[in-house]
Design a binder for this molecule. Structure first.
Ligand SMILES: NC(=O)c1ccc[n+]([C@@H]2O[C@H](COP(=O)([O-])OP(=O)(O)OC[C@H]3O[C@@H](n4cnc5c(N)ncnc54)[C@H](O)[C@@H]3O)[C@@H](O)[C@H]2O)c1
Length: 323
């Protein structure tokens, strides 16, 4: 029986499936571990299931100790992992790709539609008792149908997001490290460079992995290059956007509005962001559906069980360590 630690409560049936064959301890608090707690709790474990809020670097790997075989992230993004440090120590790191694509892409669409049609802003107005009846000029928004949709990062989630644009008969343009010809043939999307994406998109949605190269992918200069009627959507990672620059751009109507699931310094918001009416903000819930969270847990547990049996995990982010 191996000793497995889970840094925060995940669906109970997932935990039970691990308990059938291993000793499992779960952080009992309804909050992320502090750094000190994390370093203390990983000590002596054979496997650890982590969240995107847990930074697993050389220090955390050393705190776990040389017997620890795997850190399994309960997320597809793994910017909280120092992959090189794990590879150097022979520790396997895994994520949960594929099972959250639809939930995340659909959520990005919810943000897009809510921002375009001013749903939260008009709901606040209604709830505040300010409505005096139908008015020709109240809460005018942006059309979505037939407009140009820009996508940065046509990976698993970005391509799911793009597919759904057909429902609105949109022109789809995208950028990535290279074109995806098969996708272009199937869905009529067009590969463009970043400058064209910024200049032509009526809606721009970010689905890039967060890396040193994509940090602040959207800053003041990029916002200035967008249309004044454009809507920016971020359901990727907060640091893809310079949040202070976005606050200034929204305040000064450099772009029209934004829809954000993620923030640069979660759970804090940049000063002034929450006061703006032309931004829809929700607390990092893109994958938060019952079915998706179960599926994510199942992959994390399957990865842990495989590694503890001495087998290859399903979704390793540092496959070099398996050779
Ligand atoms: N908000 C949420 O709750 C939530 C949920 C799931 C995923 N995510 C985020 O979405 C991201 C994407 O997930 P995915 O499964 O689609 O990953 P993916 O690896 O399939 O897609 C990422 C894409 O970004 C592209 N890319 C990377 N660097 C680039 C660069 N410098 N320029 C242009 N393109 C670049 C890659 O080539 C790839 O196509 C994750 O890394 C995660 O951070 C957020």
């Amino acid at each position: 029986m191996a000793n497995v630690y889970i840094t925060r409560m995940i669906p109970q049936e997932i935990i039970d499936s691990l308990r059938a064959s291993h000793t499992v301890e779960v952080n009992p608090e309804d909050r992320a571990l502090t750094r000190e707690e994390l370093l203390r709790q990983v000590r002596g474990r054979d496997a650890v299931i982590t969240l995107l809020t847990d930074t697993i670097d050389g220090e955390a790997l050393d705190a776990a100790g040389p017997q620890c075989r795997i850190f399994a992230n309960y997320a597809v993004g793994f910017n909280n992992f120092d992959v090189a440090a794990a590879t150097q120590r022979g520790v396997i790191m895994t994520n949960t790709p594929g099972v959250l694509d639809e939930a995340t892409a659909t959520h990005a669409w919810s943000l897009l539609l809510a921002a375009a049609r001013r749903i939260p802003e008009s709901e606040r107005y209604l709830r505040a008792g300010l409505w005096r009846g139908w008015a020709p000029m109240d809460f005018l928004g942006q059309d979505v149908d037939h407009m140009t949709l820009g996508i940065a990062g046509l990976g698993r989630i970005g391509s799911q997001f793009a597919r759904k644009a057909a429902a609105f008969d949109m022109k789809v343009i995208y950028t990535d490290v290279k074109p995806v010809p098969e996708f272009e043939r199937q869905y009529g999307a067009t590969f463009v460079d970043k400058a064209t994406l910024l200049g032509e998109a009526d809606f721009l949605s970010l689905h890039l992995a967060l890396t040193p190269e994509t940090r602040h992918y959207i800053g003041a200069a990029e916002l200035a290059a967008m249309k004044p009627t454009a809507v920016l959507i971020n359901a990727g990672r907060g640091p893809l956007v310079d949040e202070q620059a976005l606050v200034a751009a929204l305040r000064n109507k450099v772009i029209w509005s934004a829809g954000l699931d993620v923030f640069e310094d979660e759970p804090r918001l940049a000063a002034g962001l929450a006061e703006l009416d032309n931004v829809v903000i929700v607390p990092h819930i893109a994958s938060a559906t019952f079915r998706t969270r179960l599926a994510m847990g199942k992959i994390a547990v399957d990865n842990v069980l495989s590694v503890l049996r001495g087998e290859r995990p399903l979704t390793c982010v540092n496959p070099g360590v398996l050779k």
